[in-house]
Ligand binder design. Structure first.
Ligand SMILES: O=C(CO)[C@@H](O)[C@H](O)COP(=O)(O)O
Ligand SMILES: [Co+2]
Length: 225
């Protein structure tokens, strides 16, 4: 599978999301990653389905919605109606992840399951047949701009082995050009990147977004010597 770069709009200008999304897609983003936080499952608040609905017309690629909320089930229909393409729920968010993932697909979205740095890969193995994507968190969820947690990397190879070649394995948190290659070598194919994509640019001067995306993609796909 080709490597996809999914900028997290958590690092974009909150007053200009529509323009930021159009700028980062024009600069080469493959997907747009939308971080939904509830102040309960994670210690931060961001946005809900109404914001996703407002962003939808600005996204030409894939709206990749990362739900850091608990419970999940009462909100699935709203995010599906808002236009989410991929809807990812955390395995730690409740006791019935199997039901949640079935409900996400029934609502018309591609289901994803995310796991925190402290959660072993085995926790999602029983639901791999239900998902299109596993999101391996390489920071503790809740904030952008945190340091990458190395100890999550061995989980990627385990999940690639269990999930086969068609499963998307997404890495989220602290991704940059300096670790992209190791992540892809381990089996990842989707790299979420917030601060390392939006750093140095703006809607008025979006060229750095393109330079940052190209740097990550080049590092991820370079031939090792
Ligand atoms: O889900 C999350 C954080 O909880 C991520 O999507 C971050 O928003 C990624 O930001 P960087 O670590 O790349 O700055
Ligand atoms: Co995220």
């Amino acid at each position: 599978m080709s490597v996809k770069i999914a900028p997290s709009i958590l690092a974009a200008d909150f007053a200009a999301f529509g323009a930021e999304i159009e700028a980062v897609e024009a600069q080469g983003a493959d997907w747009v990653h939308v971080d939904v936080m509830d102040g309960h499952f994670v210690p931060n608040l961001t946005f809900g389905p109404d914001m996703c609905r407002a962003l939808r017309p600005h996204i030409k690629t894939v709206m990749d919605v990362h739900l850091m909320i608990a419970p999940v089930d009462p909100y699935i229909a709203a995010f599906a109606e808002a236009g989410a393409d991929i809807l990812t729920a955390h395995v730690e968010a409740g006791p019935h992840i199997h039901r949640t993932l079935q409900a996400i697909r029934a609502a018309g979205c591609r289901p994803g399951v995310a796991l925190n740095p402290g959660t072993p890969a085995e926790a999602v193995r029983p639901v791999l047949d239900l998902v299109d994507l596993v999101c391996v968190m390489t920071v503790n969820p809740g904030f952008g701009g945190q340091s990458f947690i190395e100890s999550a990397i061995p989980k990627v190879a385990q999940l690639r082995d269990w999930g086969g070649p068609d499963l998307h394995i997404e890495i989220d948190g602290g991704v940059s050009a300096s670790n992209a290659r190791r992540l892809v070598d381990a089996g990842a194919d989707v790299l979420v990147a917030g601060s390392s994509v939006f750093r140095g640019g703006s809607v008025a001067d979006p060229a750095p977004y393109g330079e940052n995306i190209r740097a990550i993609r080049t590092a991820a796909t370079s031939v090792s010597v």
